[in-house]
Structure formats: C-alpha cells, structure tokens
Design a binder for this molecule. Structure first.
Ligand SMILES: [Zn+2]
Length: 126
C-alpha cells in the first residue's frame, strides 16, 4: 500500500468540494486533499487549479532559487537531440534523433523511458 500525501496547493482547502469535507456532521470543515498519487505539479498537486495556486505563490521564488535565464539560449547541432521511438509491427526501435543534422543514434528502451542519455539542455551525453 502506498503512502498518502497531501496536495501541495496552498489553497487546496479553500476549493469547496464534497470530498474535501472532514469532521463530524455538525462541524464539517474543508481540508487539503490527501491521496496516494496526484496528476499535477509532478505528482504533487490534486488539480490544475492547485498547480496554478502553487505557481502563483512559489513560482517566482523558484526562479530566484534556480536562477533566471539572462541570455538567450541558442539551438545548435550539439543540443538538438530528442529521443524517439519507431513503431514497427512487433519490433520497436529506439533512437536519439538530432533534428538539425537528422543524425540517429541507437538507444535502449530504458534510455527512451528515462532520458538518461540526454542532459536537460538536449545534449547527447551517452
Ligand atoms: Zn489540491
């Protein structure tokens, strides 16, 4: 059984829905949603609304923490890699594709799924 966690939306409890009501009949109160998994904010928010609420409160602080882009990033052949999969009857092939040079490099299905062959700038690393 997986661990329950709370939605990280700072206003989750203020969105008035039946499933957020907790407590005895005469003293119902809204509480933050708690689930084993969520679909928003990388699995940390219960809804798009709560994801947006989180971003409104913490988004600019996250930028300050991780650093703003202060110069344009430039697309070059070095950072133009994306992982792709070709669906062929009963025989899928996985490869990194450079969409500037059109070069293909074979990768494993695992790499396709976890992107460990690419860095977060789109460079091929292994
Ligand atoms: Zn929520």
């Amino acid at each position: 059984m997986s661990q329950l966690k709370y939605c990280q939306g700072p206003k989750c409890h203020t969105h008035d829905t039946k499933d957020r009501k907790r407590g005895p009949k005469d003293n119902k109160r809204n509480e933050t949603r708690r689930r084993s998994s969520f679909s928003y904010l990388n699995g940390n928010a219960c809804s798009m609304q709560c994801q947006g609420d989180w971003f409104d409160v913490y988004g600019s602080r996250a930028l300050q923490h991780f650093g703003y882009i202060t110069q344009p990033k430039v697309l070059t052949a070095d950072n133009a890699w994306r992982n792709r999969r070709d669906w062929t009857e009963g025989n899928d092939t996985f490869y990194a594709y450079n969409y500037l040079t059109e070069e293909r490099r074979p990768i494993t299905e695992q790499q396709y799924n976890d992107d460990t062959n690419l860095d977060n700038q789109g460079r091929f690393i292994s």
